[in-house]
Design a protein around this ligand. Sequence first.
Ligand SMILES: Cc1cc2nc3c(=O)[nH]c(=O)nc-3n(C[C@H](O)[C@H](O)[C@H](O)COP(=O)(O)OP(=O)(O)OC[C@H]3O[C@@H](n4cnc5c(N)ncnc54)[C@H](O)[C@@H]3O)c2cc1C
Length: 462
Amino acid sequence: MDPNHLFSSHFLDGAIASRIEGQHRPLPSVIVIGAGISGIAAARSLYDASFKVTVLESRDRLGGRIHTDYSFGFPVDMGASWLHGVCNENPLAPLIRGLGLTLYRTSGDNSVLYDHDLESYMLFNIDGNPVSQQMVIEVGDTFKKILEETGKVRDEHPEDISVSQAISVVLDRHPELRQQGLAHEEHVLSGGHGLMVQGYDPVIKSLAKDIDIRLNHRVKKISSGYNKVMVTVEDGRNFVADAAIITVPIGILKANLIEFEPRLPDWKVSAISDLGVGNENKIALRFDKVFWPNVELLGIVAPTSYACGYFLNLHKATGHPVLVYMVAGRFAYDIEKLSDESAANFVMLQLKKMFPNASEPVQHLVSRWGTDPHSLGCYSYDLVGKPDDVYDKLRAPLGNLFFGGEAVSLDNQGSVHGAYSAGVMAAENCERYLLEKQGHVEKLSVRDEMLETLIPLQISRM
Ligand SMILES: Cc1cc2nc3c(=O)[nH]c(=O)nc-3n(C[C@H](O)[C@H](O)[C@H](O)COP(=O)(O)OP(=O)(O)OC[C@H]3O[C@@H](n4cnc5c(N)ncnc54)[C@H](O)[C@@H]3O)c2cc1C
């Protein structure tokens, strides 16, 4: 099956196009801002419904926080790499199945934090000596118990409390659980977590097929009124359409890098400032041969939670001799201040604590999501004490302006599938709005039915 046909308007009954064209009205036009998964999903949805769509993207590439790098000669994801929720309910499952992409399941657990099973985790202590597998399992079990107990504390408190406060309550109640680590638990789709073995890029390429996407078009201003939207890009050119869908990262909105005319209402501005933006970075090292054990993850105990990173062994999932060091939080911001060379040297120091005879990498890649001017951060997250309706307000349209992107996802912020669904939802709302304006009230899409397919997801574990 040609996977692109999954999204082709040929599958539609031709209803939208013929009904709109039959009225001799021009096709409704929409500008989508941002060509990450959310913007591309929105554009795909509108394109398949025969709308005129133009996507304006500030980078010189597609995908946004999905970035499959090929400079090692094979795909390495420097942004998102896991499908969280390897199950048929995942909105990306039909596309991944249709493209014949393989997933390597690193965990069967359904929580956000537990995306690695411990039986394939090799941990080293601060002196570089291996920690017994028994100890790793015990720490893991304790971690799970703390997460369970933290969930109970959350349910007992109607008001927001910080994750660290909740954990303090748990540790006061259960001193036997006193160990290092953790944060809050949030349940995601079932099916555990699967690495995209061929990278996320094929998903982006397939969704983007035939769509008018203008790269290197940084949007500076959005003016709306008189049933039209005018979008101004960096070089001063204007694009006009009946509506626009904004899918830029929350970090960009928080930094006020786009001017709105008229100004955004106060409730929208508050919703933008009421969400947090976290950071994570990856340093990928390619070696000429594998010198490390055949486990999925390698970790070394850090003196404090600040300098806590771990290595994902891509060799186990993909067969390529690559280790990807992952760091988060303040540490991730500090890594960004280093040159690529220094970051790779720092990571090698960590590796050599575990494997003193480690060979030098032949190539390296370093991400900088926190200071990247196209993202200014990695994931949105809940700030303590945020109002309950922050997501509703963030998502709410303003006339002919619609909002997509991972941060406005209904249930799965910070994920690829959440961003995808948010884009599709923004497109559907936009479609409805424009069709109602033209006097068409029926919802005409049959795409979802067409996406139901019996091909199973391909999951491996070596
Ligand atoms: C290091 C890292 C690891 C991650 N790991 C995972 C994972 O394993 N699994 C998972 O599900 N999720 C993961 N995520 C999260 C996931 O990548 C994001 O939630 C998702 O890709 C966001 O998609 P989006 O379309 O909302 O935003 P983006 O992908 O950021 O797209 C927004 C687009 O807007 C563009 N833009 C910005 N400003 C302008 C402007 N002024 N004009 C025009 N265009 C503009 C940007 O260049 C970008 O292309 C990870 C993220 C990072 C950074």
